[in-house]
Design a protein around this ligand. Structure first.
Ligand SMILES: Nc1ncnc2c1ncn2[C@@H]1O[C@H](COP(=O)(O)OP(=O)(O)OP(=O)(O)O)[C@@H](O)[C@H]1O
Length: 330
């Protein structure tokens, strides 16, 4: 990844004392270690228990509950997301993963509970404010605006625009320079995601996979510290999957933290440093991908009553449950 195409650097890390900020590096005693390497090191030797405390969490949630009528969709006692790494959030259908995403990012409010981002409480904060703080998300079904061009969609991703403010509106030179900055940044990101040739196309004309790329690119417009991806692989053809995987990994290498919901176990195994498993609204297990795949609690959650089923069948069950019917070409 050329340095000049990097997104606005992640900042504000409590572990990045002496950080350059621009290269995702953290200076430790005498040596420079990438934020990703530090994050991975922080995960070493952790107990694989639900709610295990992380050395440097970017998100901490406690007693977060959300009910819909009589149904408890989310009932998370405690969970921490480690900074600098890629964390997968998995679980059977209806486990509460998307609802939990919505709660963390201000798209929904819980009945009770507290949660912080970089130590700041997000309680009552709108999705817009959460994004401005550096925590952005994408959606299971992309929310690109079909009737706007690709470039316009990107520009919509920028927040805190001076032109939005009353006082700045009266001073065109201020917002014009910012407009130019935003457009330049949008083009830089479109180039990185290989969508630059399509900047004038309507977003509605893009394939499912390209929309996923556009949504990820748009999320980077705010220079986030934590990127949350809801089923990034859903509806993406195999060729584009590789490209998406590469992009997600590069976010980590640039110092960002990533949390993603996914049913594609290949992706979970390939790129995640840590896996959190939800079932019936609760976190039931956590751990590195290899060990989580053979964790009896996880197998039980996926297989329900069929406790006698062979462990090796877990992936088949997960895959069969979430076969993607809507594959399309890029
Ligand atoms: N707005 C809502 N109104 C009523 N029930 C809801 C609402 N949103 C979610 N639920 C219910 O909450 C539970 C958790 O749903 P959620 O979509 O969070 O699960 P999930 O783990 O993301 O599932 P999937 O993997 O299928 O996307 C489900 O039983 C769902 O039907």
């Amino acid at each position: 990844m050329p340095a000049d195409t990097s997104p606005t650097p992640a900042t504000g890390s409590t572990s990045m004392s002496g950080s350059t900020g621009t290269t995702g590096t953290a200076t430790t005693t005498g040596a420079t270690r990438s934020v990703a390497d530090q994050g991975r090191a922080d995960l070493q030797g952790l107990a694989t228990e639900p709610g295990v405390r992380k050395k440097d969490p970017i998100v901490v949630a406690t007693d977060v509950r959300r009910t819909f009528g009589g149904l408890t969709a989310v009932d998370v006692e405690h969970v921490e997301i480690q900074r600098g790494v890629i964390t997968a959030l998995i679980g059977p259908n209806g486990a509460g993963k998307t609802t939990f995403f919505n709660l963390l990012t201000g798209f929904d409010q819980p009945d009770s509970g507290s949660w912080t981002f970089n130590g700041t409480s997000l309680k009552g904060k709108s999705a817009y404010k959460v994004a401005r703080l550096g925590m952005v998300r994408t959606f299971q079904l992309t929310k690109v605006l079909s009737k706007l061009t690709v470039l316009e969609n990107m520009r919509m991703g920028a927040t805190g625009q001076r032109g939005e403010r009353f006082w700045a509106g009266a001073l065109p030179f201020l917002w014009k320079s910012q407009e130019q900055e935003i457009t330049a940044r949008a083009r830089e990101l479109l180039g990185r995601f290989k969508l630059d040739a399509k900047e004038e196309d309507f977003a509605g004309s893009l394939s499912g996979g390209q929309r996923k790329l556009l949504e990820m690119a748009r999320a980077l417009m705010v220079g986030p510290e934590l990127v949350m991806l809801d089923e990034p692989m859903a509806g993406v053809n195999p060729a584009l999957k590789q490209s998406l995987l590469g992009h997600v990994k590069s976010l980590r290498e640039e110092g960002m933290s990533v949390l993603f919901v996914e049913h594609d176990m290949d992706m979970v195994r390939d790129i995640s440093d840590w896996v959190i498993v939800m079932a019936q609204g609760k976190v039931i297990a956590e751990g590195p991908p290899r060990s989580i795949m053979t964790d009896q609690r996880v197998i039980d959650a996926y297989l329900g009553a069929h406790h006698d089923t062979d462990i090796s069948e877990l992936e088949q069950v997960v895959t069969a449950e979430h076969e993607q019917p809507k594959e399309e070409t890029a």
